[in-house]
Design a protein around this ligand. Sequence first.
Ligand code: FAD
Length: 578
Amino acid sequence: MKYDLIINKLSGHDKTGTIGKINVKEGDSIKHGDVLFIIESQKGTLKFVSDYDGILEKLSIHEGDIVEKKQVIGIVEGECASPESCDINTIKETPKKTLKTSYSFGISKPQKKEYEKEVVVVGGGPGGYVAAIRAAQNGKSVLLIEEDRLGGTCLNYGCIPTKAIISSVDLLRKIKVSEEFGLEVEGLKINMPDIIERKGNVVNNLVSGVEHLMEKNKIEVIEGRAQVEDKNILSVKNKKIDAKIKFENLIIATGSSPKSIPIEGSDCGSILNSKDLLELKEIPQSMTIIGGGVIGMEFAFIFNSLGTKVNIIEFFPSILNNMDDDIIEVVRESAIKSGIKLYENSCATSIKTSLEGTKIVEFRTEDSHNILISDKVAIAVGRSANIDSLDLEKLGVELNENESGISVDSKMRTSNEAIYAIGDVTNIMQLAHVASHQGIVAADNIAGIYSEMHYDNIPSAVFTFPEVGSTGLTEKECTQRNIEYKIGKFPLFANGKAQAMGETEGFVKIIANAETNLVIGGSIAGIHATDLLSVITNLIDSKTSIDKASHTIYAHPTTSESVHEAILSADNKGIHYV
Ligand code: FAD
């Protein structure tokens, strides 16, 4: 039997509510009593509980959507466990207009399939899909299993959607200072649903691109959750497919999920994570973000630019704790100037919800207890490797020392030599480009092509305002490793292009080994920082000395000239700044 899922209840006399955390997706089996999602409204928070046992065939809502009473938001195929409420939900002959679905009332059987492949990849994120492409390029028969959407966290809920929203916000910030450029703009209005829609379009385009790449490389893709049957056999069982997949080599690329924190109130449905923040269609008046790392700070600048009063609670002595102090200082100064309230060296201890629905976050510093009141609370304290996604014991795959990720060698091989693991699930460095490169290394080794991972020159980019990033060693790491180093630094206010663009915050810093004169690191804060970083990454990888690098000619006027000037100033030979 098929049933419409209908919003029958909202808090108090509220006419509309906002969809909070959604715990299920299309194709999931659901049981009577399961909390499918949360609805927030002015009067409070309500759990939408299933009356059915069955399969969630359609779900037409997203987190952040506004819904009203009597709205149809999905279809369930199964049995109703409380007939009095289900009676009104049963689908009658004519399907409702809103759902645009035609119904077949028989239960179709999942398609039985058997595969034998040389390489099977579990997870279609930037680790998994890149590994699959390289394995196919190496002449292997390849199958990829993805339970959600190709592109993984990065394309769907991470790198790309954040940067799409940041692009809207960047434009907004420019328009706000347009008069300085001789332009008057009237009637500026932020249309948050349109920003979210544009973000969705960017994501969808890129996901289609990955689908196309799979086809072109003749990679078979199965939608569904991979499960372990035996040491060399996986299965995928859902409504559509009942597949058995035998592999010679397996690449585990199951990624990571947002971490929570063990404090009172942190598991409440209305507490947001990074995925939720990307779907907010209403701009909150105020927000407290617990965690001032990369993800927390990117969202802090996004919402601050949109007009939200943002608080950051950071456990460590400073935001972006691993970066060099001069870089942190640029971001800290910019955050404070923009009105973001930073509470560093502070530990959140509880989250409570007031009767009106506002959130109260208690936190303590070394010598005080404090509270922050805001409309929304988000937790951005890092991500845990998805080590429970597959039965690793059955596969003979071991975890690392602190059991925070799958243990691998430099060729990305696990303790089972036929099985490789790459990306966030190894918890070595949770970055998309690291996952992709690990994927290439794994696929090459499977094909007998020698390749190893090195982690001493990994660029990392933070898309705050201004952008910051570093590559190779930081000054902090040189000190920890007792490396004698020298630095060359150039402020962006002395760069012609930066002045022309009105973007003079920040600097470029080059770090060289004092003994060998080789470039070993660099950090940049300021406009184009994340793109310029690759110039320094290349200098480090090609083992270039300051002397040699100083002879490269950079186009004028560009911000890349700042990299050249920083190189020159490492030997006190800077031209445009003393
Ligand atoms: P994922 O991208 O997480 O992909 C894993 C996939 O495996 C998922 O799609 C999942 O559905 C699937 N899966 C898991 N278990 C199974 C199973 N049993 N069967 C089938 N499928 C399964 N990194 C950057 O480098 N730059 C950035 O700017 C950046 N910004 C970010 C912003 C945010 C908000 C977030 C959350 C992350 C960001 N990251 C960024 C990190 C980046 O997204 C990750 O490092 C990257 O996605 C890791 O890739 P992966 O392939 O290891 O895993």
